[in-house]
Design a protein. Structure first.
Length: 110
């Protein structure tokens, strides 16, 4: 989805990618967006930013821990307002990563 698809919003980022998603056969979801310097203290680095959404917290936590070695955690992996756990880091190669753990919800009683 391009951010310029909304006819009511015109901005310098209108030709940028708002959200892109690739679902893999084994259940992993890779997501992408153009940030282009819109986040404070995060320099724009074209082609070097990755968002990973995986099911199962153990697998995601392992990836997060391994990629943070030699890099910098910019947002600790913790529960967020939307109910999932999320975190972000820059690895030792300067690549920005965002992680989201979709937590299993408890079934409603009744």
């Amino acid at each position: 989805m391009e951010s310029g698809l909304n006819p009511y919003i015109r901005s310098p980022t209108a030709d940028k990618v708002m959200h892109a998603q690739l679902d893999t056969a084994n259940g992993h979801t890779l997501m992408a967006c153009d940030v282009d310097g819109q986040v404070e203290d995060v320099p724009h680095s074209p082609g070097n930013n990755v968002a990973v959404y995986l099911g199962g917290d153990g697998e995601l936590r392992e990836y997060f821990e391994k990629l943070s070695v030699g890099g910098a955690v910019t947002m600790s992996l913790e529960k967020q307002l939307w109910g999932d756990e999320a975190g972000a880091l820059v690895d030792k190669f300067g690549i920005s990563w965002m992680f989201n753990i979709t937590l299993q919800s408890e079934p409603l009683a009744g």
